[in-house]
Design a protein around this ligand. Structure first.
Ligand code: BF8
Length: 628
């Protein structure tokens, strides 16, 4: 593991990003890359995890060269400091996903009580299936079932139960491994809260013990908060099915009212989608000279409405500022997470209205319209109304939409994949056993200005499919791969001969979009299903994960629950742990003998692909399958 380069020559592989960044320069507007440069050199102590701001006896730092202080004021050494910092990062990521899940549960409850007009129970089959997992009686009416399920899911956040219900989806061998390390997650809030407690000064000062709790907090997210977010979103808005759509900044329309949906939750965005079809609002848009109302997504809110409604995707994390710089956006509506605090300023340089909708996520220079399950439908209508009225204020001279949309096919929930296979995962397993598909990799995560935008995602993905490894993607990776044309069925041509043949016979691309970042739970669920079908633990499967360009605390949490679930995970950006050789060694080597999985760090996508291919072939050998 080597410290990554902190400055890059090329900001992006994407032409739309490059063109809009140039427009920003011409117009004198600051973007993330300018701020990144202004921050150089970034703090070397922080980069190594060797600085601490947990208490006000500090801030403290430890000299990595052994000449300066080797302990913080409290007495914490490098191992304790690095472990505490990483653990707090993981807890924050778990809290973010899980609080998002809680919003879905509260809305499910309000729907069941008849208090959320505009929302409904859409996937009744899934409602019954999940309700059964939680012991809810099968003979109840859907609303009563939803009410009981919502109450049971609320319990998952507390401490009344032994362990999280969804962990029962795992092979017993995995649960046995967790039992030996006391890793099985209890209440979601409990694990996150205990993590913060343990990292308060003077509580847990054993680096290994701290890191084990970080893994348990992460598992409370993966098999708890995030999984709840995914399952309840499917119940309320429908389980995704394959749908054709488009991607890149070209999905904005010169002659229509453009509304961008950004953030992570589907709760407000689904209501905006609903309102945008309102004939009255469409008529008003036409009266104002627009040809229609055009919705486009950004980041994971974009993934939510893309997967379920086919709403086109404008871009991933590093495109959010540039989308405003097109000058073509009447309104940007945000909920929470990964939304840059600079957006209000940028919107005010144009006619764009910037709306925040959650009382827990307010931004400078935003107009705030508060969401609740009770007012969601009315809020959606108001947001579309305001955007339509704003069309007349657009300055056509400042508009630039420098791309034509790229086609993509999305919507590959597990249910959709199994349906495409004819109703069982059997054909997929047969293709793996026969060696046509060598294995599968979840390629997920963010953009980070430390890396040329989308370079890591696209090059890793291309190398994997060329080696007959099926790629499942989510989050910002999914946008990158779609923009590169890897989500069209004809992208099968880029796959190795085995994967190509399977994709062509099913009419699917070699890169399957499984959703937003909470939907990484679809990937771990699929692993559990495949492991169960083969009668093995997840760590024996020829599968791996990668986060080539990650930046966020949530991504750190996802990586931790992937490894703790038995999935080898390759990071493209070094986490801030190198200041502790002990912590670094635990993550890279020590976890494997207990969990059957470990981390690797490899910024070069070609080398990362080689690591994953080697891992997949090793696992094939372990299962007695042919290996290269
Ligand atoms: O949750 S991939 S930059 S948008 S954190 Fe954020 Fe990272 Fe994108 Fe979605 Ni996930």
């Amino acid at each position: 593991m080597a410290p990554q380069d902190t400055l890059i020559d090329n900001i992006s592989i994407q032409p739309d990003t490059l063109a809009l960044k140039e427009k920003a320069r011409r117009e004198g507007l600051e973007t993330v890359w300018d701020r990144f440069h202004a921050q150089q050199p970034q703090c070397g102590f922080c980069d190594l995890g060797l600085s601490c701001r947990i208490c006000v006896m500090g801030p403290c730092r430890i000299d990595p060269f052994g000449e300066g202080p080797q302990r913080g004021v409290c007495g914490a050494d490098a191992d304790i400091m690095v472990a505490r910092n990483l653990a707090r990062m993981v807890a924050a990521g778990a809290a973010s996903h899980s609080d998002h899940g809680r919003d879905l549960v509260e809305t499910l409850y309000a729907v069941a009580e008849g208090k959320a007009p505009g929302y409904k129970l859409t996937d009744l089959e899934k409602l019954s299936r999940i309700a059964a997992e939680f012991g809810v009686a099968a003979d109840l009416a859907p609303e009563a079932q939803a009410r009981e399920l919502a109450l049971a899911l609320m319990e998952e956040y507390g401490i009344k139960k032994g362990f999280l219900q969804f962990t029962k989806r795992l092979p017993q061998a995995r649960l046995d491994k967790w039992a030996k390390l006391d890793l099985a997650p209890r209440g979601i809030d409990r694990e996150i809260s205990e993590m913060l407690h343990r990292t308060h000064m003077g509580v847990d000062n054993d680096a290994v013990n701290i890191l084990l709790q970080a893994l348990r907090s992460a598992l409370a997210d993966g098999w708890g908060g995030s999984m709840i977010a995914t399952e309840v979103s499917d119940i309320l808005f429908g389980t995704p099915k394959p749908v054709a759509s488009q991607v890149n900044i070209g999905v904005l329309k010169q002659d229509q009212v453009n509304i961008i949906l950004h953030g992570h939750s589907p709760l407000v965005s689904e209501m905006v989608v609903r309102a945008a079809a309102d004939p009255e609002l469409l008529a008003r848009a036409k009266a104002l000279g627009a040809q229609g109302i055009n919705l486009a997504g950004l980041c994971c809110t974009g993934n939510e409405v893309l997967m379920r409604k086919g709403i086109p995707m404008a871009g991933n994390h590093l495109v959010q500022e540039l989308a405003l710089i097109t000058g073509a956006v009447e309104a940007m509506v945000v909920d929470y997470q990964c939304i840059m605090p600079s957006l209000g300023d940028l919107a005010s340089c144009y006619h764009t209205l910037f709306y925040t909708t959650y009382d827990k996520a307010k931004f400078p220079k935003a107009k705030h319209l508060s969401f609740s399950p009770e007012n969601g439908a009315a809020l959606g209508r108001e947001l579309v109304f305001q955007a339509v009225e704003n069309f007349a204020r657009r300055d056509p001279k400042r508009v630039s939409i420098p791309a034509s949309p790229q086609a993509q096919v999305t919507g590959f929930s597990i249910e959709a994949i199994v349906a495409a296979l004819g109703g069982t995962p059997g054909p997929l397993l047969d293709a793996v056993k026969a060696g046509q598909i060598r294995g599968a990799a979840g390629v997920v995560g963010c953009n980070n200005p430390k890396i040329t935008q989308d370079y890591g995602h696209v090059n890793l993905t291309r190398a994997l499919i060329a080696a007959d490894i099926l790629v499942l993607d989510t989050g910002c990776t999914a946008v990158a791969n779609a923009k590169a044309g890897l989500k069209e069925p004809q992208a099968a041509e880029l796959a190795g001969p085995g994967l190509k043949a399977v994709c062509q016979s099913l009419g699917i691309p070699p890169v399957l979009h499984m959703g937003s970042c909470v939907d990484n739970t679809r990937i771990i669920n699929l692993c559990a299903v495949l492991a169960g079908a083969l009668g093995v633990d997840i760590d024996m499967l020829p599968v791996a994960a990668a986060a080539p360009e990650w930046y966020s605390e949530k991504a750190a949490t996802i990586a931790c629950y992937a490894v703790a679930s038995g999935i080898y995970t390759v990071l493209g950006v070094t986490p801030p742990v190198l200041g502790s050789p002990a912590v670094t060694d635990l993550l890279l080597n020590g976890l494997e003998s207990h969990l059957g999985a470990k981390f690797a760090v490899e910024p070069d996508p070609g080398k990362a692909a080689a690591l994953i291919i080697r891992h997949v072939e090793e696992k094939r050998r372990g299962l007695g399958l042919d290996a290269r």
